[in-house]
Design a protein around this ligand. Sequence first.
Ligand SMILES: *Cc1c(COP(=O)(O)O)cnc(C)c1O
Length: 389
Amino acid sequence: MDNVKKGVNTICTHTGELEDKTFKGAVSPLYMSTSYAFEDVDVKRYPRYFNTPNQEALCKKLAALEHTEAALIFGSGMAAISTALMSFLQAGDHIVLQQTLYGGTYNFVVTQLEKYGIQYSFTEGWTVADFQREIRPNTKVVYLETPSNPLLTITDMTGVVELSRKNKILSIIDNTFASPINQNPHDFGVDVVLHSATKYMGGHSDICAGVVTGSQEIMDQVFQTAICFGGSLSDYTVWLLERSIKTMGIRVRAQNENAMKMATYLDNKSEVEKVYYPGLETHPDHELAKSQMNGFGGMLSFELNPDIDVSLFFQHLKLIKPSMSLAGIESTMLSPTKTSHALMSPEDRKKQGIKDSLIRFSLGIEEMDDLTKDIEQALEQVKNLTVHA
Ligand SMILES: *Cc1c(COP(=O)(O)O)cnc(C)c1O
């Protein structure tokens, strides 16, 4: 049965699960031991060796979900990202990163790499030509994010993979925004697929974790670095994450559906200037998104008319929470200017197309009617306050 290709929801629910031989319980038992026997055993187990029973169980599920041979689970998305990068870069090497990068990754690159003698450059845009322009003789890694944060740009994975293979460069993608339900970059040839499992994998805004997946050969290399940096995750959280992923397929599909409906709703509203969502036919890369994604995702962004005060609008939302992070089953909104991109200069924000009126919207699984009613009433309140002011 294990060699039969299973459907994604079956993988989410069952792949990798541990058998409870003692009590025959329905879910994986939790092993909290940090100490295991060393004599008469096949594997010497220890949490920071990433090989406790619960870690191995979850990693089987993660590898199956990303169509790769192997996976490792980390204490945060940034632990996964920093470990992966340091596995493939050394002094004298160069890395090309997509300009529209997750803030934490950007911060890691600009504050840490120089110390190790590693050079980096950022692309101007997100096309294959933008990546090509930055490649140097010592480039060892290209790093992409699609869909990107916060403007949901789409990068041509096949094009970037062709380019990197031609130049014998390793390709790495942060697949957090899509989740393995909506996009499987390894099918397009991307070598390493990363996730902040804090987002769609956890899905309930209560777990912080990270994932690296790839071929066995690549993951053996990541493992060697991982045991040095020591970014392993507590087995209790590993077990909780296995539980969360069981419902990832149905959660993410519900979030996709809400996002598509919400994008269409906002697109037709006079108070909204622009909507960014790859599922909309008006998105400049809608066709590309369709060709490489199984679903368009639960994230969208929109710009309110500039005369509407964004903070005031947030203050009057009752159901949708203005809060950091994303991908939980509850809908949240944030202002990139005030959060994820606050440290960026206003000029750089402008260059990236991030206006003060931009709102990033992470769709949850609530009923659509309740979400739109909340937006209606908040806009109404803001308008009344503006008139009386
Ligand atoms: C949140 C996030 C990360 C970082 O993950 P943490 O779990 O917060 O360390 C990396 N990439 C993307 C796209 C994210 O959204």
